[in-house]
Design a protein around this ligand. Structure first.
Ligand code: KIV
Ligand code: NA
Length: 250
């Protein structure tokens, strides 16, 4: 798609019905993101979600995707431990689900791991810039501005065989520089308009996330209000006995 000058659309998905709708809407890549720790499980960071839980969700999304590519995050700390352990985890994604690739956080320091995974037949998307699994070392969520270091990370990931680089929360200039430096697709989230694709957390996009959402989110729908209104209408119909009606009864 990059070669053809087409921008790539990517969204997160965590369950069968949502994945089926996103696939049907023509989204190019579905990401079973470890963001599910926050937006599905209700944790404060992405760190608590386990490999088994990722596989549980990956199975559902993989079953739903008819045309989209499906990428699965390696959860903390499976992308940071012994490389052979990462291979085992990533292999489970390909063996036990219908998903196609894994994503892991990091650039230059992950080159050997990426190369080993790709050699083993496992496509890898790299993830540079803000790395949510690294916030306790990095000092929290912040905009990354170190263009040279970011470009080094992206180039190392590409050289190691990553098929694409996700770029999170960097300046517009950094997003542009990274995209110009590599030949593989760059997919941005909070990385400005110059990356060759964009990704958002679906729950943020549709207004299902409770509480804070970052500046880079575009909230296009208000699913929270939709669900609350439906629940309220149902509760009232139950209370006043207008539900079930004759057509809903045997
Ligand atoms: O887990 C996730 O949702 C991500 C985002 C950056 C899209 O990795
Ligand atoms: Na993630």
């Amino acid at each position: 798609m990059r070669e053809d000058g087409k921008t790539i659309s990517m969204l997160t998905a965590y369950d069968f019905p949502t994945a089926a709708i996103l696939d049907d809407a023509g989204i190019d890549i579905l990401l079973v993101g470890d963001s599910l720790a926050m937006v599905v499980q209700g944790h404060e960071t992405t760190l608590p979600v386990t490999m088994d839980q990722m596989l549980y969700h990956a199975e559902m999304v993989g079953r739903a995707a008819k045309r989209a590519m499906v990428v699965v995050d390696l959860p903390f700390p499976e992308g940071q431990r012994e490389i052979s352990r990462s291979v085992d985890c990533a292999a489970r994604v390909l063996k036990e689900t219908k998903c196609h690739a894994v994503k892991l956080e990091g650039g230059a320091e992950q080159a050997e791991r990426i190369e080993t995974l790709v050699t083993a037949g496992i496509p890898v998307m790299a993830h540079v810039g803000l790395r949510p699994q690294n916030i306790h070392v990095d000092g929290g969520y912040r905009v990354h501005r170190e263009i040279d270091a970011l470009v080094v990370d992206a180039l190392a990931a590409e050289k190691a065989g990553a098929f694409a680089v996700l770029v999170e929360c960097v300046t517009v200039d950094a997003g542009k520089a990274i995209t110009e430096a590599v030949a593989v697709p760059t997919i941005g989230i909070g990385a400005g308009p110059h990356t060759t694709g964009q990704v958002l957390v679906t729950n943020d996009l549709i207004g299902l996330t409770q509480g804070y959402t970052p500046k880079f989110v575009r909230k296009i729908a208000d699913a929270s209000t939709l669900i609350r209104d439906a629940a309220t209408t149902y509760r009232e119909a139950v209370a006043d006995r207008s539900f079930p009606g004759a057509s809903e009864s045997f």
